[in-house]
Design a protein around this ligand. Structure first.
Ligand code: AMP
Ligand code: MG
Length: 277
């Protein structure tokens, strides 16, 4: 029973991971897929995943040996914020840092595009979560031609080299592409328009981006194809079902942290049978 469950968990990382060097065709991936998981069991499965994550993070923080970087990308309304709330909520805020990358400021634009990114990468013992990332510089920047092709087309190799350097310095990197389809985005946008508690998330400009759907998909396909590496793999997470998205991210993350085998440090040597008076 226990073995079966862990085989299934290992299965999700394998099923959703982008094999380095392979060509990603998103039209061949079903954003509704749930890979044998059921909604009825998902609450229990997620709770178990979050429990594991909390315990692992405590060890990672205590051990202060590994840095962990989680990159979240997705088209507008794909669920980046929701994933942070539901999955990263398992972590103790101490030792966990979320960074949301917005339109670059003038100071950021005066530097190379990785400058602001490197300033937010996690140190040893920390888990860094990127809500958008260096990939915006080959996504929105490419789709809107904010820099010439000659400039952005070099960035895939630059990002791979940057991530390799981080990995060699002790950072474990996982990148999740939350994949929804156009109909799902339509429903989520409509909910943002109709629900006063969600309205603040919607801008008319989101509709301009929605019209560029095909260009974004092409840009994502290239980033996923060229930048899934042994040291910084991409996972394509079918995300039309929020419950499956949360479950998949939690399990892949927990399995990855588990493999680091983080241990509590022994502490300093103490006299035997020390009693505190
Ligand atoms: P949100 O995530 O909804 O708060 O929106 C952040 C906005 O910042 C999105 O429209 C992104 O496309 C945009 N953004 C993030 N990084 C960059 C970048 N490097 N260049 C241009 N726009 C960016
Ligand atoms: Mg937005």
């Amino acid at each position: 029973m226990k073995q079966g469950a862990s085989a299934q968990r290992g299965g999700l990382a394998k099923r959703l991971g982008v094999r380095p060097g392979s060509r990603v065709d998103l039209s061949a991936i079903d954003p509704n897929a749930t890979h044998g998981h059921r909604r009825s069991a998902s609450e229990r499965e997620l709770a178990a995943g979050l429990e594991r994550l909390g315990g692992l993070q405590d060890r990672i923080w205590a051990e202060a040996k590994h840095a962990v970087l989680v990159v979240l990308q997705g088209i507008d309304a794909a669920g980046k914020d929701g994933t942070i709330r539901h999955v990263m909520g398992a972590f103790n805020p101490m030792g966990c840092q979320v960074t949301s990358f917005k339109v670059p400021t003038p100071i950021e634009l005066a530097h190379d595009y990785l400058w602001r990114i490197h300033g937010r990468t996690p140190g040893k013992g920390e888990i860094g979560i990127f809500n958008r990332s260096q990939y915006e510089d080959v996504l929105v920047v490419r789709v809107h031609e904010l820099v010439p092709k000659a400039v952005w087309s070099k960035r895939y190799d630059q990002i791979n080299a940057f991530e390799q350097m981080l990995a060699e310095a002790g950072t474990t990197i996982l990148k999740f592409f939350l994949y929804i389809d156009r109909d799902e985005q339509k429903e989520r946008f409509q909910a943002r328009v109709d629900d006063p508690t969600k309205r603040w998330k919607f801008r008319m400009g989101d509709l301009d981006e929605r019209r560029l759907w095909d260009s974004y998909i092409a840009a994502y396909e290239e980033a996923l194809s060229r930048c899934s590496t042994d040291w910084a793999p991409w996972f394509v997470v079918p995300s039309n079902h929020k419950w499956f998205r949360n479950l998949a991210v939690a399990e892949i993350l927990a399995d990855t942290l588990d493999a680091l085998n983080p241990q509590y440090p022994p502490g300093e040597e103490l006299p035997p049978n020390l009693l505190i008076e």
